[in-house]
Design a protein around this ligand. Structure first.
Ligand code: ADP
Length: 385
């Protein structure tokens, strides 16, 4: 029965994941035959098989789903791995590894493994599903988004350029002067076009990230000045919200891409405003954690909050909370996804606390810039103990 299944199924035993049994599909997925009793690492080495994680890097053995199940007794669900065979072909798989209760094993499955050990020997059942077709579909979707967004750029630039030209030239007295409703209409076109430009840029960033084509230019940047700038820009967009800023240091230099950081802060502050439809105060604070050499920025609003059951997914692509829709607040669900990717690529962290109906606090931690000389003195201080 197992041999008829379209996915690979195998059973391993012991901390080094020795094979007990595997179905036919396991041989197809691995591109090699795993011999009974052979430990997993030996099998991978012998057949020059490498396992790659979602970050594109070879995975450390302790992160492999199979080994986590036998070594930590963990149940690993839908773990994405890529099996790279010795001929360099790659197979994307979803792995589910279930740690079975060794107490319920009536007999040692491989006698030699349990010899001389007092504790029960761990056993895990592992299923691999080939997701090549799904990955191809996802790639097609990303390509489509990328092409559509790219093609939208030129006509949008033309629209924006002409709307601004009409506004500026008539203000300078060139041509017949415009009446108020004409100026308002042109401002409306200008603002809507700007929104479309931002939307297409977000879509392009998503496809760049997916394809690993997004490059960052890290430079020492004053986080306090940058935050002030973004805050002033966003305060101009609202009269119902009051943005306040508190910092202990007048300057705090972090190692980031300034343009991307402006994008992240703009997004987080924009969300704080957008998801507080009743207006109110938005507090921004910057602190330094000298021990960890991290700067911590916090944005607190008292808006609609994020329902608990949706908090775990909120950084995902195109994910929006139900209450945002109920309030009729528009959005794409791309902002937080981009924020997290950008922050993590700058060696930072982003997290939040939120209670529905009470408000949200988003926090960002970024590495403080340490010059070469300071790094050396920190290192020597460490070595002195
Ligand atoms: P968008 O705002 O375009 O929908 P984001 O990725 O920026 O996309 O945010 C994802 C979702 O997270 C939003 O749709 C909203 O449900 C929720 N969210 C983000 N920030 C806040 C906030 N400050 N308060 C309440 N909900 C928020």
């Amino acid at each position: 029965m197992l041999d008829e299944l379209p996915c690979s199924v195998y059973l391993v035993q012991g901390h080094d994941a020795r094979l007990v049994l595997a179905n036919h599909m396991a041989t197809t997925i691995w591109g090699a035959t795993w011999k009974p009793s052979q430990p997993m690492s030996e099998f991978l080495l012998e057949n020059a098989i490498r396992i790659i994680g979602t970050d594109g890097l070879a995975m450390a053995p302790e992160r492999l789903a199979t080994l986590r199940a036998v070594q930590q007794g963990e149940n690993v669900h839908q773990h994405q791995e890529v099996i790279r065979h010795s001929d360099s072909t790659a197979l994307p798989v979803l792995v589910n590894a279930v740690a079975l209760d060794p107490e319920h094993m009536r007999f040692p499955l491989i006698p030699s493994v349990s010899d001389g050990r007092a504790e029960p020997v761990p056993v895990a059942l592992v299923v691999h599903q080939d997701v090549t077709a799904l990955k191809e579909a996802e790639q097609l979707k990303d390509d489509f988004i990328g092409i559509a967004a790219h093609e939208l750029r030129t006509p949008l630039a033309v629209l924006k350029g002409f709307a601004q030209m009409l506004l500026i030239q008539s203000e300078r007295g060139k041509g017949p002067s415009l009446v108020d409703w004409q100026i308002e209409a042109l401002q409306g076109i200008d603002q809507a076009t700007q929104r479309l430009v931002e939307l297409t840029e977000d879509l392009l960033d998503v496809t760049r990230l997916q394809a690993g084509r997004l490059t960052l230019h890290l430079t020492p940047t004053d986080l306090v000045a940058l935050t002030r700038r973004v805050m002033k820009r966003l305060q101009l967009t609202t009269e119902r919200h009051t943005l306040s800023f508190a910092t202990i240091a007048e300057h705090l230099v972090v190692d980031v891409d300034p343009q991307r950081m402006e994008q992240v802060l703009g997004n987080l502050l924009g969300n704080a405003i957008k998801y507080s439809p009743q207006g109110g105060s938005i507090e921004i604070t910057i602190q330094e954690n000298a021990e960890e050499q991290m700067a911590q920025l916090r944005i607190r609003d008292s808006g609609i909050g994020i329902p608990v059951e949706q908090q775990a997914q909120i950084f995902g692509r195109f994910i929006r909370a139900d209450n945002a829709r109920t309030y009729g607040i528009g959005g794409t669900g791309l902002g937080l996804y981009l924020c997290r990717e950008l922050i993590e690529r700058q060696c930072g962290r982003i997290w939040f606390e939120s209670a529905e109906g009470e408000g949200s606090t988003f926090s960002v931690a970024l590495p403080v810039f340490v010059s070469g000389e300071e790094k050396i003195s920190y290192a020597s201080a460490d070595s002195r103990g």
